[in-house]
Ligand binder design. Structure first.
Ligand code: F6P
Length: 376
């Protein structure tokens, strides 16, 4: 009789609501359907760097029991570790991918499930080329992994953003202010776009559509002049004006953040309006996953085990429409999936009256005219 398989799972990159639901689904499916063992790798790929397999542990049914609704990850995560460029004592990057191969051999692991975003899947693809049998699961609150229509975590984040913006409207209306809400998303504007649509925001600024500060100011000023004495603007952290740079946190030049400070100043220079801004930050990523994300993450975890059973290594789980499917990991390694500036969602937001304050004038001229001359 062939030996029951042993598989491993890691969660790399930033934490994301639904990670525990994936781990739980993998452990339960592997045990229930096939009688396999599942090993958990601590802190993303970093777990492979610990001596004597200390970064890996057998996951029992008890470990995952009751975790479906818990945010974060019971395995820990890291978005700093590139296994192909681990700094040595002198800070010189060294390829440590041999550690993964060695651990897989020592523990007689038959497959590794990498749950992560495009950076993690890029490393997974390279490990695959080195002979590690890998299956990927896309993970990101940003919803920008190529190949899948949806990543778990995104629905939860939109819920948080929608709720937060709803609260901002209260003050915006009472005090006749412009409220800016800066949301995450890195190089892509999916969170801002969906968050803006979900809350009926007057303007949405995303990295894919560079904005013009004058246009934005005209929009909020025109609303004021036509009796709508408040505006809410959703700002993606990667938003930038035409030709302008993205804004990085002052304490960490690798991480985006703070663009809403600048936009608030631009609006104050151009209007007489009272402007406030808030940065939602990691509040967005924390807490319990939404029921939708629990279901999606569970389906993805189950499907990953089925791919291993089928020997479909080098594949990444994906949701296309309502169907769970898979595609080659290398597609995800090609960088983020961006919001198409001429796509249907942008057009719908414009049809509903939101502006992107597009510097190239791509906001529908008729809609702009309505905002300027008629009811907003
Ligand atoms: O990719 C997820 C994400 O939350 C981005 O939206 C954001 O730019 C980044 O991670 C924040 O990273 P960190 O948790 O390292 O500050």
């Amino acid at each position: 009789m062939p030996r029951a398989k042993r598989i491993a799972i890691l969660t790399a990159g930033g934490d994301c609501p639904g990670l525990n639901a994936v781990i739980r689904a993998v452990v339960r499916t592997a045990q229930n359907a096939y009688g396999w063992e599942v090993w958990g790798v601590a802190d993303g790929m970093e777990g492979f760097l610990k001596p004597r397999n200390e970064g890996l542990r057998l996951l029992t049914r008890n470990d995952v029991s009751g975790t479906i609704a818990h945010g974060g990850t019971i395995l820990g995560a890291s978005n700093r570790c590139d296994i192909f460029a681990v700094p040595d004592a002198r800070g010189t990057p060294q390829d440590r991918s041999d550690r993964v191969l060695a651990a897989m051999k020592r523990l007689r692991l038959d497959a590794l499930i990498c749950v992560g975003g495009d950076g993690t899947q890029s490393a997974a693809h390279r490990l695959l080329q080195r002979g590690v049998p890998i299956v990927g699961v896309p993970k990101t609150i940003d919803n920008d992994v190529r190949g899948t229509d949806r990543s778990f975590g995104f629905d939860t984040v939109i819920g948080v953003v929608g709720e937060a913006i709803g609260r901002l409207y209260t003050t915006a209306q009472s005090h006749h202010r412009v409220m800016l809400c800066e949301v995450m998303g890195r190089d892509t504007g999916w969170i801002a776009l969906h968050g803006g649509l979900a809350s009926g925001a007057e303007a949405i600024l995303i990295p894919e559509i560079p904005y013009d500060p004058d246009r934005l100011a005209r929009k909020v000023q025109a609303r004021m002049e036509h009796g709508k004495r408040f505006s809410v603007v959703v700002v993606s952290e990667g938003a930038r004006s035409a030709g302008g740079p993205m804004t990085y946190r002052t304490d960490d030049d690798d991480r985006l953040g703070g663009v809403s400070f600048r936009i608030a100043a631009e609006l104050r220079e151009r209007t007489v309006l009272e402007v406030r801004h808030i940065v939602l930050g990691h509040i967005q990523r924390g807490g319990s996953p939404s029921p939708y994300d629990r279901v999606l993450a569970s389906r993805m975890g189950e499907h990953a085990v089925q791919l291993i059973h089928a020997g479909a290594f080098g594949q990444m789980v994906a949701l296309r429409g309502e169907k769970m499917t898979s595609y080659p990991i290398e597609l995800a390694a090609q960088g983020p999936r961006r919001v198409p500036p001429r796509g249907p969602l942008v057009a719908q937001a414009r049809a509903l009256g939101a502006t992107f304050a597009a510097a190239d004038g791509s906001d529908d001229a008729a809609a702009d005219a309505r905002h300027l001359h008629g009811a907003p």
